[in-house]
Design a protein around this ligand. Sequence first.
Ligand code: SAH
Length: 350
Amino acid sequence: MMETEAPAKRDIRKLKLDELKEFFVSQGEKPFRAQQVYEWLWKKSAKDFEQMTNLSVATRELLKNHFTINHIHVDTMQRSEDGTIKNAVRLHDGLVVESVLIPTEKRITACVSSQVGCSLGCAFCATARLKRMRNLNPDEIYDQVVAIQQQCELFFGRPLTNIVFMGMGEPLLNYSNVIAAIEKITSPQGLNMAAKRITVSTVGIAKMIRKMADDEVKFNLAVSLHSAINKTRSSMMPINDTNPLEELAEALKYWYTKRKKKVTFEYVVWKDINDSKEDALALLKFCKNVPCKVNLIEYNPIDEGRFQQASDEALQMYMDLLESNGITTRIRKSRGKDIDAACGQLANKS
Ligand code: SAH
C-alpha cells in the first residue's frame, strides 16, 4: 500500500491577517479568530499553538494540522566585559545568524541581521567571508528583536530603545522582508516601537535608496561610506563599481528632499588607506553636497591584513575639518570587541 504524504504545513506567520481570516472562514470558523491568533503570533510571540488558551482545543488542533510556527532559537549567548551581548540565532532550517544587544547609560540598542551571510564582499568585513545563503523572513527579523527585548528586561531591567540593521547582510537587498518586519515592529499589533528609533544601514545601493524615499519610510538611514574617492572606495567595496559616489550622492539628495532627514555616514579611518588630508577633504566636499551627519567608527580588526586603525591624530584631523565646517561628527567607540560582537565582526565563529 502506498503511504499518502501529509501536505506540507505552512509557516503561519507568512500569512497576512486577511489570509488568516479567509482560512478560518474556509474551515467554517468565525473570522475574528484570525485576530486572536494574530495577537498570539506577533504581540505575544507565542511559540506553540498550545499557548493560545483563548482558542478551543479543536481550533488549536485545526491550526496544528495546517501550520507551523517557525520560531528562532537563541543557541548561545555571549556577554562582553562591557555588557554587550551577542546571540547566535538558529533559524528553523538550521542556519545561524547573529544579533547583538548594546547597552549604554541612556539607551539599549538591538543590532539585527537581515540576511544569512552577505554577498557584497567588503574587504574589511568578516561577514563578507560567509557566503550569502538566504534572506531572512520578516518573522525571523522580528524574533531577533523580541529575543533582545526580553534580554533587556531580564539582564538590565530596562526596555529596548533602539534598533539598528547593522548585523549580517545587506538590508536593502532584502527590502520587502525588512519593510514587513519593521511594519510589525512599529505596529500597535506588534512591538509598538517608534520608527524614528530604527536605523537601516546600507552599503549604498542608489536605486533602493530612491525607492525608500518614494515609499516614505519613517525610519533613519545610514550609509557605510568609508571613502569619498571612487578609486579608494571601489578598492574595498565592490558595490562602488556599479553604484559610484556620484550616483549615491544623487540618490541621497533625493532621499533628503523627500524625507527631510539627514543620512548618517559611517566611516572608518584606516592607516595608509584613507587617513590623508586629501581623503578628509574629499569627505568634506561630499558632505557639503548631501545633508548628513558623520560617525567615525573604530575599526574592529578581523585579521592581520591590509586594514589597520588610523592614528588618533588622523581621526582628530577628520573631526576638526568636518566640525569646523558645520558637519556634525561623532567618534564611535566599539563595543563587544572581546566577543567578536562589534561592527563587521559577525562571522558565526562559534
Ligand atoms: N550591509 C550593511 C549593514 C551591515 S555592516 C552596511 O553595509 O551598512 C554594519 C556596519 O559595520 C557598516 O557601516 C560597515 O561598514 C561596518 N563594518 C564592517 N566591517 C567593519 C569592521 N571590521 N570594523 C568596523 N566597522 C565595520
